[in-house]
Design a protein around this ligand. Structure first.
Ligand SMILES: Nc1ncnc2c1ncn2[C@@H]1O[C@H](COP(=O)(O)OP(=O)(O)OP(=O)(O)O)[C@@H](O)[C@H]1O
Length: 281
């Protein structure tokens, strides 16, 4: 659940956060002991005696000779941090470590199993991805995404050409989104989600998929958001992208926050870890 921030944060709690070139403002978001657990069922067959108790599990276990297991995946386990206006925060970690789940929970797209996300002022955390539909054209999706961001129909129409130019997908905007390559879709999503210069811009992998020109345009757009005292969250497998864009990095491993600090420090530690992991293989 995303809630209004209604308490003061002790500035000492935020010490050590790198300011980068943009000066930091007041805290705008607090993530407090956030847990996200997914319940997956039907993944594998086990004996009835192994099925957890409870009416749901019992219901799932009906059948001949076996049962569908109700398995819990603890994707985020007790993550806490505070973000300030003007920060650009990267989230790094190996595959399946919980980065996207954390981002989506911060955006209010997934309810926390425990803990909370507090946002100051109007929560402008929006996951454009959640509302876009593959069967519709890029054009329709620009409208849907724009409306979800809080723009009026007239504002979306006014910004349409800019959004399409920014994405670089050209006339493909008139084709259904399901026909796009993953890079094209990611670029259009980023172009839509940054069109409104939101208070908090969330980017999941979109930048890594573009070419150098798109990356440059994206970086400029991110700087624009930060200059207007917005906060940027970026999940990316590309450490180079994170290093070039983020002032602060959160390293998530097996659902836990294992390091939070200035970009250079966390990226250096993460690279060392990734190298050691590669050598183990
Ligand atoms: N909707 C879901 N239902 C069940 N399990 C899920 C769901 N979404 C994510 N998970 C599980 O939660 C864990 C964290 O996934 P998540 O996508 O957040 O990791 P990630 O670090 O973003 O991974 P990647 O780098 O591969 O994109 C994984 O074990 C994943 O299988």
């Amino acid at each position: 659940m995303t809630e209004e921030l209604d308490f003061e944060i002790d500035p000492e709690d935020l010490e050590g956060i790198s300011a980068g070139k943009t000066s930091l403002g007041a805290p705008c978001l607090v993530v407090d002991d956030l847990h996200v657990t997914f319940r997956v069922f039907g993944a594998k067959r086990i004996r009835n005696s192994q099925v957890k108790s409870g009416w749901f599990a019992k219901f799932m276990s009906r059948g001949v000779g076996g049962a569908s297991a109700v398995r819990e995946v603890r994707a985020v386990k007790g993550i806490s941090f505070a973000a300030r206006h003007g920060e650009s925060i990267g989230i790094v970690g190996i595959n399946g470590s919980g980065k996207s789940t954390l981002l989506r929970a911060i955006a209010g797209l997934i309810p926390p199993t425990k803990g909370a996300v507090y946002v100051s002022g109007e929560p402008a955390l929006l996951g454009v991805q959640a509302v876009l539909m593959g069967s519709l054209t890029g054009e329709r999706n620009v409208m849907i995404g724009g409306l979800a961001l809080g723009l009026s129909e007239a504002e979306v129409k006014e910004r349409f050409d800019d959004i399409v130019d920014f994405s670089g997908i050209g006339d493909s905007v008139y084709l259904p989104m399901k026909t796009y390559s993953s890079g094209m879709a990611a670029r259009l999503r980023f172009a839509i989600s940054s069109a409104a210069i939101p208070d908090i811009l969330m980017i999941d992998e979109a930048l890594a998929t573009g070419d150098a020109t798109f990356r440059k345009k994206s970086k400029n757009r991110i700087d624009e958001v930060r200059d207007k005292a917005g906060t940027v969250f970026l999940v990316s497998h590309s450490i180079a992208t994170v290093e070039s864009i983020c002032t602060r990095v959160l390293w998530v491993h097996e659902g836990e926050l294992i390091m939070d600090g200035p970009s250079e420090e966390v990226c250096a530690a993460y690279k060392q870890f990734a190298r050691a992991k590669r050598l183990q293989r």
